[in-house]
Design a protein around this ligand. Structure first.
Ligand SMILES: [Zn+2]
Length: 394
């Protein structure tokens, strides 16, 4: 099987490209998806190398192979048969982004890129900085000037990355990062700009299959900015179903914040086009992606949701903070607010009858609460909503 980017707009095949279509600027996808592999030796992400785009030199910090935690108290409270939390917070830089960055930085080194570049002031920034250091590659990160002094950019700088503040919002940073690609810098912005990065998240599906003995939950709830985690996981489930290793792909539920939900708005409107959001401040900053300037990339996420039989929903900040509290106090899992959005959505989905009481549900816990969380020391909730100027594309 080959891994060749194909433009969704003009259909041109563009081998050896790492970004949008060189002919028309369209979003690219990799085709065809390969069959799932037999497992190889080692541990973590690269055990699944046969399901990933091939690389010559595998960069790793031990990413992947994350625990699947059965949460009986959360299941009882939500009124469903089973709640499983895929705990991505224990990755080397405490978020799921490490899967995509291990693959991306490996590809960058294979390509002989002079360095890697991303627009992010969140989990992507930290992960890109760590993996670039591991690979011996320079890393440039562009972020909105207002976010440059916050915890995640400062952490990225600790890994030696060059953090460049850009006047304006995330879209301005996005454009600045894209401009550096003309000099051969390898794009690691985790929207769908680089078609390879989402495919690293196939491994989430392969691990879930292995950890449940092939009896995967019927529903998978995912915090979503642009949606590459949801799409990559769905591609993995689809390949598993095609090979008969699971009965059918789970229904994928995209969960966004009420304050910034362009994909939910598009889903409600028939999912034919995405309109950039005008976001309000939210505690779930890691999924507050207005998608201005790359609205078309949202169509990939909407297509995966539709194909899986899922849906897109949004949640208010107070429900997100309650979910952070419940995950930490009831189950011992401290996550960042965006990572609690799926649990925040679960109660309404059960109450409305969308998810039945006999359902088994997996929640993807994407980022650790050590970087940010909404829980105060004495159990009261903080309400310090931040400006959503630094999405990290969940
Ligand atoms: Zn094209």
């Amino acid at each position: 099987m080959e891994w060749i980017p194909v433009c969704r707009s003009c259909g041109q095949r563009n081998p050896g490209t790492w970004s949008r279509c060189p002919r028309c600027g369209g979003v690219q996808e990799l085709a065809p998806p390969p069959a799932p592999p037999s497992l190889e030796g080692g541990e973590g992400l690269w055990r699944f190398r046969a399901a990933l785009p091939p690389v010559r030199d595998e960069i790793t910090l031990g990413e992947g192979g994350t625990p699947l935690v059965r949460c009986e108290r959360l299941a009882a409270r939500a009124g469903v048969a089973e709640v499983l939390v895929k705990n991505e917070t224990v990755n080397p830089t405490l978020s799921f982004k490490d899967r995509a960055m291990a693959l991306g930085v490996s590809l960058a080194r294979d390509a002989g890129a002079p360095g890697v570049v991303a627009a992010s002031t969140g989990n992507t920034a930290v992960s890109a900085a760590a993996y670039a250091a591991r690979a011996g590659l320079p890393c440039r990160l562009y972020c909105a000037a207002g976010a440059a002094g916050t915890a995640k950019p400062r952490t990225a700088a600790a890994y030696g990355a060059h953090v460049e503040p850009v006047d304006g919002d995330f879209s301005s940073a996005h454009a600045a990062a894209a401009a550096l690609e003309a000099d051969g810098w390898f794009p690691l912005t985790t929207t769908f700009r680089n078609p390879y990065l989402a495919e690293a998240h196939r491994t989430v599906a392969l691990e879930l299959c292995e950890q449940t003995g092939g009896d995967v939950p019927g529903w998978v709830l995912v915090p979503v900015g642009a949606g590459p985690l949801l799409v990559g996981a769905h591609n993995g489930f689809r390949a598993l179903a095609a090979s008969g290793r699971i009965a059918r792909p789970p229904r994928m539920v995209a969960v966004q914040s009420d304050a910034c939900a362009p994909l939910v708005a598009a889903w409600r409107g028939g999912a034919r086009a995405v309109t950039a959001a005008d976001p309000r401040p939210t505690v779930a900053g890691a999924i507050a992606d207005p998608m201005r300037g790359y609205e078309d990339e949202g169509l990939l996420t909407l297509a995966a949701i539709r194909e899986s039989g899922g849906l897109a929903v949004s949640v208010p900040d107070d429900a997100v903070l309650d979910a952070v509290h419940d995950l930490s106090r009831l189950e011992g899992l401290l996550v960042e607010p965006a990572a609690a959005a799926p649990l925040a959505a679960l109660a309404d989905l059960v109450a409305s009858g969308t998810i039945p009481p006999d359902a088994r549900v997996a929640l993807l816990a994407t980022g650790h609460g050590a970087k940010e969380h909404g829980v105060k020391e004495h159990g009261a909730k903080e309400h310090g909503a931040k400006e959503p100027d630094h999405p990290t594309q969940g």
